[in-house]
Design a protein around this ligand. Structure first.
Ligand SMILES: Nc1ncnc2c1ncn2[C@@H]1O[C@H](COP(=O)(O)OP(=O)(O)OP(=O)(O)O)[C@@H](O)[C@H]1O
Ligand SMILES: [Mg+2]
Length: 380
């Protein structure tokens, strides 16, 4: 069936901001996107072709939702993969494939996959509980990462000394060597069902030191062509080894000695690709659509350098969101504001993002800093 037919239905598990920006692109192709999300106020709720309230972690809910869809995709990986496997058996095309989601959403399996496939990554061991951390006392500092359930830095904990152990997660986790990195980088790669692949230019990420999540992103990254090509080749290697259909965001550390280590991957559209909406010929959201529909992949080249700024909820503010100085920011040229439509703000919640394009990336960066000082998400 043609994807633009009125009987064609693309289902998406998750109705957050990634889904919202995906629907914005799907509309151009006349693809009807049906969304499943447990929150009636989710960013997709007002713009999905059909919005179904329900838990994407529940087996029966996902099976029932998926049965009448032609293609099923996700915008969050923490979904019921047993249900997706059942739907695959019943003939629904599920992209990315559920067995890949299972591998990726367990950081332990993900790290073992890198080790088995000779993909450079920080050395690690696996632990089952907090008590087991005492066996690794000689290895400080290290990062403890909950094997499942983490996102936006929330499942990651730095252990600097023995006294930090009592605050550590008491759950199966990955203990990873602390990487003294120079930069954090990311490459998004797309792969369609025919096996065509396309990578985006390398981007550089700057983290908010308190919230441990991305604050600024620069595209292109300020690194040598050699590093960029190496990162893109590694991203393709991971995508091809997995045989993923869809997008894969590959996060890297560039060490001070110039080595690239894969930190982790995400099997979907990603925060490190938001600038592609205005900055690149094909946005990551359109590319995801192309990949899961097995269409030719789009041109990923840069139109203009860009800097993206995440709009995070102010610390100490929880409640109905108010955007201070929003009009001043909208008045600035080449500043593209995206509000996700989340009614309630919380400290460091991702409420939106702003992309600034400019032929001179330094000018874009200065403007992003200006926006960051001006634009505040407060509660009423
Ligand atoms: N081994 C390490 N050494 C040093 N810093 C690290 C290490 N692992 C993670 N970090 C820091 O913590 C951040 C979050 O880690 P990671 O990407 O593994 O977690 P996450 O919760 O899945 O994050 P996100 O959802 O934001 O991608 C990294 O971007 C990096 O800044
Ligand atoms: Mg990460």
């Amino acid at each position: 069936m043609n994807f633009y037919s009125k009987n064609f239905k693309l289902g998406m598990l998750g109705g957050g901001q990634l889904g919202k920006m995906f629907i914005q692109e799907a509309v151009n192709y006349n693809v009807q996107v049906c969304v499943l999300d447990p929150d009636s106020n989710a960013p997709c709720s007002l713009i999905a072709h059909e919005f179904q309230l329900g838990d994407f972690k529940d087996y029966q809910t996902v099976v029932d939702f998926g049965r009448d869809k032609n293609v099923l995709t996700i915008e969050i990986e923490h979904v019921n993969t047993d249900a997706l496997k059942q739907l695959e058996i019943e003939g629904v095309k599920v992209f990315p494939q559920p067995h890949i989601l299972e591998l990726i959403k367990d950081k332990g399996l993900q790290k073992e996959f890198y080790r088995e496939n000779n993909i450079p990554t920080a050395p690690f061991v696996l632990a089952n509980s907090r008590a087991e951390l005492h066996e690794h006392l000689q290895n400080f500092p290290f990062m403890q990462k909950a094997r499942t359930g983490g996102y936006d830095g929330k499942g990651v904990y730095a252990l600097k000394s023995e006294s930090d152990i009592e605050m550590a997660f008491d759950a199966p986790s990955v203990l990873e060597e602390f990487v003294d990195f120079d930069k954090e980088l990311s490459v998004i790669v797309a792969r369609n069902e025919s096996g065509e692949v396309a990578t985006y230019p390398l981007v550089e990420l700057e983290f908010n030191p308190i919230a441990n999540l991305v604050e600024y992103l620069k595209c292109p990254a300020e690194v040598s062509t050699e590093i960029e090509e190496k990162a893109q080749a590694l991203a393709i290697k991971v995508a091809e080894k997995l045989e993923i259909v869809g997008l894969l965001a590959v996060e890297f550390f560039l060490t001070k000695s110039g080595d690239l280590l894969v930190n982790e991957v995400a099997p979907r559209t990603h925060n490190s690709g938001h600038q592609t909406i205005e900055g690149n010929v094909t946005s990551q959201f359109e590319q995801h659509l192309r990949a899961v529909l097995n269409l030719p992949l789009g041109d990923t080249s840069i139109i203009q350098p860009s800097v993206m700024l995440n709009i995070l909820g102010e610390p100490n503010h929880s409640g109905e969101a108010i955007y201070e100085n929003l009009e001043k920011v909208i008045a600035m040229s080449k500043v593209h504001v995206h509000l996700y439509g989340k009614h309630l703000t919380k400290p460091y919640r991702k409420m939106g993002h702003v992309t600034i394009t400019d032929a001179d990336i330094n000018k874009a960066y200065d403007k992003a800093k200006e926006v960051n000082v001006l634009l505040k998400v407060l509660s009423s």
